[in-house]
Design a protein around this ligand. Structure first.
Ligand code: ARG
Length: 475
């Protein structure tokens, strides 16, 4: 392939004065980013409007120039939104595209907008504005998903099912309890996004390339205009770091790991071996060869997508590692990974919600799975502890009872006669039998955090309260 610069480019570049020769078409396309940062158009326009108004107020550009810039920037935004103006795929990036249009339409006024600004602080502003919006959307989707989980949980406060450790049946719980556990995790994901938002809510505009400007910029004014809490403290930090993007990608990769675990449970439950859940037909797919199949593809795909968000986080970390201060073009690579994590999380939350809200749970199967696996063994041990036996001895006694049952071909401790039980400990009485029932076991686990229906109702209430406190993205 010929790597010599080929045809000179039609579209002007912002740095045209310095270089006599331009990269060829392929090389230019390689370093261009409009295909990715084009989605920051509205944020770029917003940042430029705030910057132009501030320049006029500070006497750097004439007020009528600022007015013309403002009108044209607004028009460009409207045209893009209406689809009457398309992004030019040959522009270098979104900043060049919009500044190029301003110059084309306004002449010298367009050439004034970049005073005291660099694309380095410009992209940092655009990205922070974009993430602020994305976090607001994500928190909204999370709130909806939490709502769905809590509604479903409320319908299943008394739906007994086995709780698992090591994927072995462990102790009886309820479906409401299991779903509330998921909800707690999603609630923290929502909080993590809030924390990220709190820290990134500072405006880099006025940082210039890396060392601010000699022009009398008012950074407080642009920060305020753009809805940031304050300007960033140090201009070099503002253009060099992307930890705000990392925090967002990190929070999203944790969220996706959570969703992937929930989906693993769902995939297991949907199988014939568990048969705990019946996914709606519209949230399942079939097999191209096996006519009988109804597959939990949505759950599997959400589980798989967690690989992307983990990969995106690793990409971002790797991108930043060892990067010398301040700006380097490497940073241009941050957006694709971050945008993909945002898109993936938003879609997966919606898909997960649709799948859960349309699913039916098989109460009988769940309850039946609580007998036969000696899930009552801990209850028997705690019975003995209440009667004064040291726990380690009680544990051993209950374990021996389990062995007795297995040897006798019995499925539960309740099948032993009182005499047989007394053979293991004199402390056993007839009142034990009622306590071995899974329903009773769950009802008596009413400590804070436990699975008893009244306690789970409290947990759900608590989670709903937290949801109400910070709806969507607002404090
Ligand atoms: N497209 C660039 C990016 O995303 C914008 C900043 C370019 N700055 C520069 N000095 N080349 O990082």
């Amino acid at each position: 392939m010929n790597h010599k610069p080929d045809t000179p480019r039609r579209i002007p570049v912002l740095w045209g004065g310095r270089l006599e020769e331009r990269p060829g078409a392929e090389a230019f396309a390689f370093q261009a980013s409009i295909g990715v940062d084009g989605r920051l158009a509205m944020e770029d326009i917003e940042g430029s409007r705030a910057h132009a108004a501030m320049l006029a107020k500070q006497g750097v550009i004439p007020p009528e120039t600022a007015a013309a810039l403002d009108g044209e920037l607004r028009r460009i935004g409207e045209e893009l939104a209406a689809g009457t103006l398309a992004l030019d795929p040959e522009a270098e990036d979104i900043h060049s595209f919009i500044e190029g249009l301003l110059t084309e339409r306004l002449g010298d006024s367009g050439r004034m907008v970049h005073a005291g600004r660099s694309r380095n602080d410009q992209i940092a502003v655009d990205l922070r504005l974009y993430i602020k919006r994305a976090i607001s959307l994500l928190r909204g989707e999370l709130a909806e998903t939490l709502g769905t989980l809590l509604d479903t949980a409320e319908d299943h406060l008394d739906t007994i099912m086995p709780g698992y450790t090591h994927l072995q049946r462990a102790q009886p719980v309820t479906l409401a309890y299991h779903l509330s556990a998921w909800a707690c995790a999603l609630n923290r994901d929502r909080d993590r996004l809030w924390d990220a938002l709190e820290r990134l809510d500072e405006c880099p505009l006025g940082s210039g390339a890396l060392a601010g400007s000699t022009l009398p910029l008012d950074r407080d004014l642009t920060a305020r205009t753009l809805g940031f809490k304050r300007p960033t403290l140090n201009a070099m930090d503002s253009v060099a770091d992307r930890d705000f993007a990392l925090e967002c990608a990190g929070a999203l990769s944790i969220l996706m790991v959570h969703l992937s675990r929930f989906c693993e449970d769902i995939s297991l439950w949907a199988g014939e071996e568990f048969n705990f859940i019946r996914l709606a037909e519209s949230w399942s797919t079939g097999s191209s060869i096996m006519p009988q199949k109804k597959n939990p593809d949505f759950a599997e795909l959400i589980r798989g997508k967690a690989g992307r968000t983990t990969g995106n986080l690793v990409s971002l970390l790797t991108l930043l590692k060892g990067l010398p201060y301040a700006y380097n073009k490497d940073l241009q690579e941050d957006k694709e990974a971050l945008f993909d994590s945002i898109d993936t999380a938003l879609t997966c939350l919606r898909m997960f919600r649709g799948m859960i809200s349309s699913a039916a749970f098989n109460r009988e199967r769940m309850k039946a799975a609580c007998t036969g696996g000696f899930l009552e063994a801990t209850d028997a041990a705690e019975y003995l502890v209440r009667k004064g036996m040291p726990f380690r001895r009680a544990h051993e006694t209950a374990a021996l009872l389990v062995r007795d049952c297995i040897a006798a071909g019995q499925k539960s401790i309740g099948q032993r006669t009182l005499e047989e039980l007394r053979g293991r400990s004199e402390l056993f009485d007839g009142d034990l039998y009622a306590l071995l029932d899974p329903v009773s076991s769950v009802q008596r686990r009413k400590l804070p955090g436990g699975p008893a229906p009244e306690e789970v109702r409290r947990q759900i209430r608590e989670l709903r309260k937290l949801l109400g406190r910070r709806p969507g993205g607002s404090p």
